[in-house]
Design a protein around this ligand. Structure first.
Ligand SMILES: C[S@@+](CC[C@H](N)C(=O)[O-])C[C@H]1O[C@@H](n2cnc3c(N)ncnc32)[C@H](O)[C@@H]1O
Length: 198
C-alpha cells in the first residue's frame, strides 16, 4: 500500500488539494492553539492549516512523497511543521501530550483502526480534542473517494465504541459534496466527530 500512496503523491497535483478539510476548518477556527498531531497526514493540507492558526504541529505518514509535498506546502504558506516519515504501527504516540489529534480519512482494517483510535485518545491531554472525518460504509460503490472495502469504511456505532471514553460533542453521518482535489470529488457520505477528553 505504501507504494500506492507514493505513486499517488508523485503526481503533480495535490491529491486532496492544498486547502484544509472543510469540517476541520469549521471546527478549529477561533479555538486557542496548542500542540497538534496529524497521523497519516498525506500531503499536509490539514496540518499546514493548523500551523497557520498557530498550532505547534507534529504530523506523520509512511509516504515519503507525501512528506515532500507537505513540507513544500508548509514552506509555501510560511509555516513550520514537524513531519515524520513513519508508519502508524511504528509511531511512538506520546501520552497526554496534544490539545488536538486530527484524523482525516485514515481508513485501516478494523484492528488497525481500533488501535490507532486508542492511541490517539491516549495521546490527548485532558481537555484535548479529536476531530475526525472519514467515509461512511454507505460510501461503498460511490466514485467520489475512499476505499472500496466495507470493513475499512466507518459507522457511527464504531465511532461510539472507539471513542467511548471521550465526551462526544458531535458525531454524525452526513451527506456532503467534497471538493478536495482530484481524488475526493463529488457527492459523498461521511462520518464527522468532535470528541473531547474529560
Ligand atoms: C486518504 S489519505 C488521507 C491523507 C490525509 N489525512 C488527508 O486527509 O489529506 C490516507 C493516508 O493514510 C496513509 N496511510 C495509510 N496507512 C498507513 C500506515 N499504516 N502508516 C502510515 N500512513 C498510512 C497514506 O499514506 C495516506 O497518506
Amino acid at each position: 500500500m505504501k507504494e500506492f500512496w507514493d505513486q499517488r503523491y508523485g503526481e503533480a497535483a495535490y491529491a486532496y488539494g492544498k486547502a484544509p478539510n472543510a469540517f476541520l476548518k469549521e471546527q478549529l477556527t477561533g479555538r486557542p492553539a496548542g500542540r497538534a498531531l496529524f497521523p497519516a497526514e498525506g500531503e499536509g493540507r490539514n496540518s499546514v492549516f493548523a500551523a497557520t492558526l498557530g498550532w505547534e504541529v507534529t504530523a506523520f505518514d509512511y509516504s515519503e512523497a507525501g512528506r515532500q509535498k507537505a513540507e513544500a506546502l508548509a514552506s509555501e504558506q510560511g509555516v513550520h511543521i514537524d513531519y515524520q516519515s513513519c508508519a502508524i504501527e511504528a509511531f511512538s504516540f506520546p501520552k497526554a501530550a496534544f490539545g488536538l489529534v486530527g484524523l482525516f480519512f485514515v481508513h485501516l482494517p478494523p484492528d488497525g483502526r481500533r488501535l490507532l483510535h486508542r492511541q490517539a485518545v491516549r495521546s490527548l491531554k485532558p481537555g484535548g480534542m479529536i476531530i475526525l472525518e472519514a467515509f461512511s460504509k454507505q460510501q461503498l460503490g460511490r466514485p467520489s473517494g475512499g476505499p472500496q472495502r466495507e470493513d475499512m469504511l466507518f459507522s457511527v456505532q464504531e465511532m461510539e465504541d472507539d471513542f467511548s471514553s471521550l465526551h462526544l460533542q458531535l458525531l454524525e453521518e452526513t451527506e456532503t459534496v467534497l471538493a478536495e482535489g482530484p481524488y475526493h470529488s463529488g457527492a459523498a457520505r461521511v462520518i464527522r466527530l468532535l470528541g473531547i477528553r474529560p
